[in-house]
Design a protein around this ligand. Structure first.
Ligand code: BDP
Length: 679
């Protein structure tokens, strides 16, 4: 029988309602029974804790759970204790985090243990590179959720509020407690009253979720918007201007977090413009925050066109000031010495600055790892970084420990991640990019978690319904987790294996461009500066006879990195310029090994495609096909990476591509003219 037209419409509407756009992130579960919540206090934060329990409870129907705020010396900051019948914490945020942990354990099918959970860092912060006009620097998921262009750009709508609340909830559920609302390349407008009103509106929504708002500021704001003739940090008028500005901000936002500052970096103004130092600049601002308990995060991302080796500069510039910063200044250091590359050794500033608070800056947005097109799970990269041994205080001085206060007495500890969030329905552009947001939060809470544990948790929360069957476990969870866990190494293989870095075309940082060196562009912004390929060999000589970057590391790393025989092969071309026939540990010559890595990278992504196609029965159609189509593109682009790099470097190596590696399918000339984003 023919269905009447209106009922088809209804069905379509219903299907539409249930279209799976990924907006719910990892927060999907609905309660399966009722729960009695006992709590002696009430507050907006505790009301959220209650709501969450009621909304997502999957324990025994009618169970009672007690929420208790009381001083407990074993708990640090917003840490919590799970007991047989409830959650205990020093703070309301601690209760909220305990609730999310309890629910996460239920949803992932675990028994609730009696445990204490303390955060690794006091401040766990997202850095949004959002501009007041709504655009996002290095954003691949649509426009800003905080800022909007146009005449009514600053009007605060109900939709804004709903979105900000969803954002706050997602962050709180993974322990994030701070957010920098604008780009490090900061517009001076951010400190005008129009912008600050909007910041206040966001902060009001974030507050009950335990999240503080922070801002990036431009160092020259006193002259740009304050009418002063200078922005010299030692000038009394400038000092007073900042003090007054900070006071105004606290008048609007009493729990404001502080400032993030990019100074004397990539053309941004800073204290050096006035003959002053990073310490002069940072301390002047820190003093303005002192009465309010705010902090200054001062970035160490500095390099100049003339330095012999960009990788050395941050260390050279900051080490002389160790011990000279106020205790509410934290130096924010990118994980690697260059710039968020697919793989870098850790920045030597970690552990070397012993008398200064140092925090790591990770990049969640995939500027250098395939934007929102490639499926690349970043937790393995962060785990590798956090667990890197610095040897600064003997064995066990991992990067994690040099920043979390367990090795050095830091007044404040923090970690930051450059956000990958935008207005796209699924927030991050790629469904799997949500895992990177999630993983950042989880690692910021506990820097000892493994990427495997986090992937397992995220997949269960994001893709399974309440009960995880054996079938789902074997045929979805296990293979997809394997994709995630190998995806970063795959990307390194097809983009920049063996220590290659920064060989991208142009400024978009997406496709390959080892040849890219237009006239007039700064040398340190062009790939040949980094790969140094010639007919003799390839790689950047950072040994003692090269730029000497190895000496910025603590022994035994200096010696280890200095000698190609002991240098880990993953960093070989980062530290060494070696002949094309240099013998690798596998016995293969360097050229063959390079070819092998590119070939393997491509094969890995092809395998991801096959695995993904097989999981179709276990996932909703919308997310299945969205990921499938992105994987197709990723395969094409991995092929381009491989072909472009091998054909380009072959001009120098003058050696054949080994026969067990697939032949190139593109011509170098075509690839050199193309913009890979359009292929
Ligand atoms: C680079 C980005 C650039 C940022 C800069 C930074 O290409 O857009 O402004 O880092 O971190 O990775 O300041």
């Amino acid at each position: 029988m023919k269905a009447p037209v209106y009922s088809i419409m209804l069905i379509l509407a219903a299907i539409n309602l249930h279209a799976e756009d990924g907006h719910s992130l990892w927060l999907r579960s609905k309660s399966t029974g009722s729960v009695n919540i006992m709590c002696a206090k009430s507050s907006p934060a505790l009301a959220i804790a209650r709501q969450e329990l009621e909304h997502s409870w999957q324990g025994k129907d009618g169970a009672t759970i007690v929420l208790t705020i009381k001083k407990d010396k074993a708990l640090k900051g917003d840490g919590f204790r799970l007991t047989t019948n409830g959650i205990q914490a020093n703070t309301e945020s601690g209760i909220l985090y305990g609730v999310y942990e309890w629910l996460r354990l239920q949803q992932t099918g675990q028994v609730i243990p009696e445990v204490i959970s303390n955060p690794s860092y006091e401040r766990r912060i997202l850095n949004h590179w959002d501009n007041p006009d709504g655009s996002i620097e290095r954003g691949y998921a649509g426009l800003s959720i905080f800022w909007r262009e146009g005449e009514n750009g600053f009007a605060i709508t109900e939709n804004d509020k709903v979105l900000w609340q969803e954002y706050a909830r997602a962050n709180a559920s993974i322990g994030i407690n701070g957010t920098v609302l604008n780009n490090v390349n900061a517009s001076p407008l951010i400190l005008t009253s129009e912008c600050l009103e909007r910041v206040k509106a966001v902060a009001d929504i974030l507050r009950p979720y335990g999240i503080k708002a922070y801002l990036s500021v431009k160092f020259s704001s006193p002259s740009l918007i304050g009418g002063l003739e200078t922005s010299d940090p030692l000038n009394p008028d400038v000092i007073n201007w900042w003090k007054a500005k900070v006071k105004d901000i606290y008048g609007l936002i009493p729990d404001f977090g502080g400032f993030l500052i990019k100074a004397n970096s990539e053309g941004q103004p800073g204290p050096q413009d006035f003959g002053r130092t990073h310490a002069d600049g940072a301390n002047m601002m820190a003093d303005a925050f002192k009465p309010f308990g705010g902090i200054v995060m001062w970035r160490a991302f500095v390099y100049s066109p003339n330095s012999e080796d960009r990788a050395c500069q941050a260390y050279d510039e900051f080490m002389p000031f160790d011990g000279q910063f106020r205790d509410n200044v934290i130096i924010q250091v990118k994980n690697g010495p260059v710039d968020f590359q697919p793989r870098e050794p850790f920045s030597p500033l970690f552990g070397a600055m012993k008398k200064t608070s140092v925090m790591a800056e990770l990049q969640i947005t995939q500027e250098y790892l395939g934007h929102s097109i490639h499926l690349v799970y970043l937790a393995p990269m962060w785990e590798e970084f956090l667990k890197s041994e610095t040897y600064q205080e003997g064995e066990g001085s991992t990067v994690a420990r040099t920043t979390d206060g367990s090795l050095f007495p830091q007044k404040h500890t923090a970690i930051a991640g450059v956000a990958n969030i935008g207005l796209d329905a699924n927030w991050c552009g790629h469904h799997f990019a949500q895992a990177n947001w999630y993983a950042f939060g989880r690692l910021a809470w506990d820097n000892q978690l493994t990427s495997e544990e986090i992937a397992d948790e995220w997949l269960k929360l994001t893709f399974s319904d309440v009960s995880v069957s054996k079938d789902w476990h074997d045929n979805f969870l296990t293979p997809v987790k394997q994709i995630m866990l190998s995806s970063r190494e795959a990307a390194v293989n097809y983009m920049m294996p063996l220590g290659f870095h920064h060989i991208f075309a142009a400024d978009h940082h997406y496709g390959p461009g080892p040849w890219w060196a237009p006239k007039g562009v700064r040398k340190d912004w062009t790939p040949p500066y980094y790969h140094r390929a010639d007919t003799f060999g390839v790689g950047f000589d950072r040994t003692k006879s090269g730029s000497n970057a190895v000496c910025q590391y603590h022994e035994p790393l200096t010696s280890l990195f200095n000698d190609p025989e002991t240098c880990p092969e993953i960093y070989l071309l980062w530290f060494h310029h070696l002949p094309w026939d240099y013998k690798m540990k596998s016995g293969r010559p360097l050229w063959d090994e390079i070819c092998k890595h590119y070939g393997t990278g491509l094969q890995q992504v092809r395998q991801f495609q096959i695995v993904w196609d097989k999981v179709e029965p276990y996932i909703d159609a919308d997310r299945f096909s969205a990921v499938q189509s992105k994987l197709r593109k990723q395969c094409r682009h991995a092929q381009i990476w491989k072909d472009a790099c091998l054909l380009y470097f072959q001009q120098f190596s003058r050696k054949p591509i080994p026969y067990d590696i697939e032949r190139p399918v593109y011509d170098l000339d075509d690839l050199m003219k193309a913009d890979m984003r359009t292929l």
